[in-house]
Design a binder for this molecule. Structure first.
Ligand code: C2O
Ligand code: CU
Ligand code: CU
Length: 483
C-alpha cells in the first residue's frame, strides 16, 4: 500500500488541546469496514442487545466500549417503509438506556426519547410502522443527562429506511461496495487507550472535541471503491464536532438526499457542512480511477465563544477524514448521474402557520465561564425538565419555528417530524438545506416550516434540542406533545 501523507495545512497543534499531536491522516494501512448490515426488510424483525465490549482503536491497547450486538456502535438496520418492523432491545448494560430512532416518523410512544427508558436486564419492544419516504436515519441512546457519555461509549448506529426503488432510481445500492455508510465521530483516548470521557473547560461550554477521527468506529483506515459512481451516506455521530467536507482534488459531491429523504434531482456541491445529527447522501464520481481524500475543515465554532476560549477552534487548513483508493478490478455498476430521484421539493405555505420563536441560550456570566455557575443551557430561558411539557401542538397542523442562536452555532433537531428550511438569516436556504430535514445547523437565525403528523401524548412527548450532546444534556432541550 502506498504511503499517504497528510494534507497540508494542519499544524502540529492539536484540535482539542493545542498541544497534543494529531492522529488525523497518518499512514492509512487498514481497509475501512462497514457496520454489519441487519436487513429486516423481509423478516420485519430486529433484535438489538446493548452490551459491553473491548475495542482496539489505536495501537494494541483495548478500550472499554459499548455497542449493539457488537463491542462498539451498532449494525446498520435496514427497514422497509410501508410495513411494520418488530424491534426488541435488550439492555445488558448496568445502567438504564433508551434507543431513540432519530429521523423515524413514528408516534412519541415508540420514539425512544428520554421517557422510554430500558432498565438493565429488560427488553423494550416497540413496533415501528414506517410510512415515510426512503432515507438514512440513525439510532442512539437518549437518557437525559447521560446521552453524551452513552453515545461516546458507542450506543449509536445507522438506520436505512428502504423502499426497494434505488435500482430504479439509478442509485448505487450495493452495501459496502458502491453504497458506503460513513459514521463520522471524534474521540480522545487516555494513555491506557480508554475512551477519555473527561471534558475540558471549553468542552463544557462548546461541546466535546476529540483529537482522533473515527469512521465507523475505526481510526486511520482507507476506503476501497470501484470505478464509477459511489454513494456516501454520511452521518455525523460526533457529540459536537462540525465537519466541512470537501474532496482533496476539488471534485464535486452530488447531493442526492438530506436527513428525511431524496431531493428531486442531484445538486452539485464543492463543500458540505455536516453538523451533529445530520445525514447527507452524496455521489462521488470515481470514473477516472484516481485516488482522492475526503477532507474536512476544522470545527467552525469560533466567533465570540471561540475567542474567549483561546482560539483552539480557530485553526485553518484541512485534515483528512477518509482516503479513497479506486480498485479498477471491482465491477463498475453506475456511471451516470440519475436525473430524477423522485423526492419531493418542500413547498409549504407559512401564511397561516402558528409562529413560535425559540432561542438557544448559553449560560452567561464569568462564574459560568469558570465552571462555577448553576446557570444552565436552555431554550427560551428554560432548562430541560423531565416533568415539564413546554408546549402543545395540534396534530395535523403546520407551524413556523424561528430558531435563534447567537454566541455559537447549534445543530437544532426536532423529533417526530421532518421540516423545510424556509430561510437562513432572512435569505433563501443554502443549497444543502433545500431538502427535507430533521436537524439543521443554526448560525444566527433559521425559519422552519414543520408539519406535525405523528401523535405524542403527555407521557411520551417529542423533544426539540441542540444536538451538541453536552448542550442537550446540560438543558438545551424542550418537549412538546402533539394531539
Ligand atoms: Cu438524535 Cu433527540 O436526537
Ligand atoms: Cu431525534
Ligand atoms: Cu448547542
Amino acid at each position: 500500500m502506498r504511503r499517504r501523507t497528510f494534507l497540508g495545512g494542519l499544524s502540529a497543534s492539536a484540535l482539542a488541546t493545542g498541544t497534543a499531536s494529531l492522529s488525523f491522516g497518518q499512514v492509512a494501512a487498514k481497509r475501512l469496514t462497514m457496520p454489519p448490515l441487519l436487513d429486516a426488510t423481509s423478516s420485519g424483525q430486529v433484535r438489538l442487545e446493548a452490551q459491553k465490549g473491548r475495542t482496539a482503536f489505536v495501537g494494541s491497547s483495548r478500550a472499554d466500549t459499548w455497542g449493539f450486538n457488537q463491542p462498539f456502535l451498532g449494525p446498520t438496520l435496514r427497514m422497509s417503509t410501508g410495513r411494520a418492523t418488530q424491534v426488541d432491545v435488550l439492555n445488558s448494560l448496568d445502567e438504564e438506556i433508551s434507543v431513540h430512532w432519530h429521523g423515524l416518523l413514528v408516534p412519541g410512544t415508540v420514539d425512544g426519547g428520554p421517557h422510554q427508558t430500558v432498565a438493565p436486564a429488560t427488553t423494550w419492544s416497540p413496533e415501528l410502522e414506517l410510512t415515510q419516504p426512503a432515507a438514512t436515519a440513525w439510532y442512539h441512546s437518549h437518557i437525559h443527562g447521560a446521552t453524551a457519555r452513552q453515545v461516546q461509549m458507542g450506543l449509536a448506529g445507522v438506520l436505512q429506511i428502504d423502499d426497494g426503488q434505488d435500482d430504479a432510481r439509478g442509485l448505487p445500492s450495493q452495501y459496502g461496495v458502491d453504497d458506503l455508510t460513513l459514521v463520522l465521530q471524534d474521540r480522545r483516548f487516555s494513555r491506557r487507550g480508554e475512551i477519555d470521557l473527561s471534558l475540558t473547560m471549553p468542552d463544557r461550554m462548546m461541546g466535546f472535541l476529540g483529537d482522533t477521527i473515527l469512521v465507523n468506529g475505526q481510526v486511520g483506515t482507507m476506503a476501497v471503491v470501484p470505478k464509477g459512481l459511489v454513494r456516501l451516506r454520511l452521518l455525523n455521530g460526533s457529540n459536537a464536532r462540525i465537519y466541512t467536507l470537501a474532496l482533496s482534488d476539488g471534485r464535486p459531491m452530488h447531493l442526492v438526499a438530506t436527513d428525511s429523504g431524496y431531493l428531486d434531482k442531484p445538486t452539485r456541491l464543492s463543500k458540505l457542512r455536516l453538523s451533529p445529527g445530520e445525514r447527507f447522501e452524496v455521489l462521488v464520481d470515481f470514473s477516472d480511477a484516481r485516488d482522492v481524500t475526503l477532507t474536512s475543515e476544522h470545527n467552525p465554532n469560533t466567533g465570540m465563544m471561540g475567542g474567549m476560549m483561546g482560539g483552539r477552534r480557530q485553526q485553518s487548513g484541512r485534515f483528512s477524514v477518509l482516503p479513497f483508493t479506486v480498485d479498477p478490478t471491482l465491477p463498475t455498476r453506475i456511471t451516470r448521474q440519475p436525473d430524477d430521484l423522485g423526492g419531493s421539493r418542500p413547498n409549504g405555505d407559512a401564511a397561516n402557520a402558528i409562529w413560535r420563536r425559540l432561542s438557544l441560550d448559553m449560560p452567561m456570566g464569568m462564574g459560568m465561564m469558570l465552571g462555577r455557575s448553576d446557570r444552565r443551557f436552555s431554550i427560551n430561558g428554560d432548562a430541560f425538565a423531565m416533568g415539564r411539557i413546554n408546549f402543545r401542538v395540534t396534530q395535523g397542523t403546520i407551524e413556523r419555528w424561528t430558531v435563534n442562536a447567537d454566541m455559537m452555532m447549534h445543530p437544532f433537531h426536532v423529533h417526530g417530524v421532518k421540516f423545510q428550511v424556509l430561510s437562513e438569516n432572512g435569505r433563501a436556504p443554502q443549497r444543502q438545506n433545500t431538502g427535507w430535514k430533521d436537524t439543521v445547523l443554526v448560525n444566527g437565525s433559521v425559519d422552519l416550516l414543520i408539519r406535525f403528523d405523528q401523535p405524542a401524548p403527555a407521557n411520551a412527548p417529542f423533544m426539540y434540542h441542540c444536538h451538541i450532546l453536552e448542550h442537550e444534556d446540560g438543558g438545551m432541550m424542550g418537549q412538546f406533545i402533539v394531539g
